[in-house]
Design a protein around this ligand. Structure first.
Ligand SMILES: NC(=O)c1ccc[n+]([C@@H]2O[C@H](COP(=O)([O-])OP(=O)(O)OC[C@H]3O[C@@H](n4cnc5c(N)ncnc54)[C@H](OP(=O)(O)O)[C@@H]3O)[C@@H](O)[C@H]2O)c1
Length: 318
């Protein structure tokens, strides 16, 4: 089967198409013919060697976490799934494995049936960003129409899910996006939008109960200026040092810095499946073919896209 692999950390040019054998499955696993893979920033952070502590430096490595596809074979202890089911899911260890291949073998606990109302490309967009949004919402505590939330970097994958989940809770949401993202943020439920290319949220004087930074550029010292007393700063792009030190620092400050590390689970994907049922929008703004993998990552890494980007393995056209 064709797969994407790389033999050194680096930019998109290290991503190469290679031939490997189709994986065999364990009793608890399913073999899936991959239809689509969605791109996450984590994919290129691993590929660039930014996660070396966790990924190690053994090559070849594979890429892509979130996928959708069709079940080809089920392990002997798998129940609830059968050959031919359309599913979406994640690879078990994205530091070592990758979904960008014609076939993946994953535990049945990491796949979910694709809802009929969304496409396979949309389903591949759900797991990492969607699960992160559900977990972030859970960390925000009780939310109602009096809760003022600032979502910085709101027009990407994580923001797309989070804005809609916040809207469903009735929160008062301000989204910070680039110019192209403003109308999408409004469509996804933002009450107010700040175009970061024209305005700096730090100078506008508004205060929020919760600030979440999806751009990874704000930092606690800046976020603090935007928070009410007892406000919380949710940080899904923490530095390793923050993960260790923030629980202690938080003991001595009223504005808390909460780091967020998430993974798709039965619970958070279950919440998303319910939201899809209720009309959650999943915007895949650009689709590339498998042979365009390098171009797909170059496009994503440049930024400026809306929602999610997918690589469709069933087509050779962009
Ligand atoms: N901790 C976890 O478990 C977890 C889980 C999922 C994701 N994450 C992380 O969360 C982050 C967001 O994920 P994502 O999938 O939504 O990534 P994404 O699609 O790249 O979204 C990031 C957004 O930030 C915006 N942005 C860039 N510079 C900005 C600035 N100066 N001010 C305001 N916004 C700015 C980008 O807009 P433009 O491109 O238009 O500039 C983009 O829409 C990533 O770093 C990802 O790795 C963490």
């Amino acid at each position: 089967m064709k797969t994407i692999a790389y033999k050194a950390f680096g930019n998109t040019s290290v991503l190469q198409t290679t031939e490997e054998s189709i994986p065999s499955i364990q009793p608890d696993q399913v073999l899936i013919k991959v239809s689509a893979v969605s791109i996450n920033p984590l994919d290129w952070k691993i590929r660039k060697g930014e996660m070396k502590l966790m990924s190690g430096s053994r090559f070849p490595k594979h890429t892509g976490t979130d996928f959708s596809g069709i079940i080809e074979e089920t392990g002997s202890s798998v129940s609830g799934f059968k050959k031919g089911d359309e599913v979406f899911g994640v690879v078990k260890n994205n530091m070592k494995e990758g979904a960008l291949a014609e076939y993946v073998a994953v535990p049945a606990s990491l796949i979910w049936k694709k809802p009929a109302q969304i496409t396979l490309n949309q389903a591949a967009a759900i797991p990492t960003a969607g699960a992160a949004a559900v977990t972030a919402l859970g960390k925000m505590g009780n939310i109602d129409s009096s809760t003022r939330v600032l979502v910085n970097g709101a027009a990407g994958g994580f923001g797309m899910f989070l804005l809609q989940l916040l809207k469903a809770k009735g929160a008062n949401v301000t989204a910070v996006t680039s110019t192209a993202g403003t109308e999408y943020a409004q469509e996804w439920g933002a009450d107010a939008v700040i175009d970061y290319r024209n305005e700096n949220p730090l100078t506008l004087g508004a205060r929020y109960d919760i600030v979440i930074d999806l751009s990874g550029k704000l930092g606690y010292q800046n976020a603090k200026q935007l928070l009410n007393a007892r406000g919380i700063y949710l940080d899904p792009v923490p530095r390793p040092i923050d993960i260790i030190t923030t629980p202690i620092k938080n003991l001595f400050r009223s504005r808390k810095h909460i780091t967020l590390i998430t993974a798709p689970s039965q619970e958070n994907i279950g919440t998303l499946l319910q939201a899809v049922e209720n009309g959650l929008q999943i915007h895949v703004s650009k689709v590339f073919s498998f042979s365009q993998t390098q171009a797909a990552y170059a496009y994503a890494e440049k930024g400026g896209y809306i929602g999610k980007i997918a690589i469709d393995l069933t087509t050779q056209k962009a």
